[in-house]
Design a protein around this ligand. Structure first.
Ligand code: CU
Length: 116
């Protein structure tokens, strides 16, 4: 008697794996939301101007050796409060232009432009 070790169930398993591999939806997806960093260092916002899309997040990173700074929108739409370290994030849900400044160092300015 000759043992034949066929595997009759292998074919359905491979078929299922193939379906999984090609199962991606062909529908057009909107781009994933991004997070854009603005570094606060050397008494500047770097970069000073950022352009994002609705749904994106801007994250300010306080990295100026512990010096206190403030991210305060001119239109009042966001306010980090005065801090010397850490991060401050804002997710923008509407298109618009938001100039902002540091209340302690008024020459520190930046702009976030949000487009559809
Ligand atoms: Cu400042």
């Amino acid at each position: 008697m000759i043992g034949r070790r066929t595997m009759p169930f292998a074919a359905p398993v491979l078929l299922a794996a193939g379906l999984l591999a090609t199962g991606c939806s062909p529908t057009e997806a909107s781009p994933a939301p991004r997070t854009v960093d603005v570094e606060i260092r050397d008494l500047q916002f770097v970069p000073g101007e950022v352009e994002v899309s609705v749904g994106d997040t801007v994250r300010w990173v306080f990295d100026d050796g512990g010096m206190f700074h403030h991210v305060e929108a001119t239109d009042g739409s966001f306010d980090s409060e005065i801090v010397g370290e850490g991060m401050f994030s804002v997710t923008f849900s509407e298109a618009g232009t938001h100039p902002y400044a540091c209340s302690i160092h008024p020459y520190m300015t930046g702009t976030v432009t949000v487009s559809e």
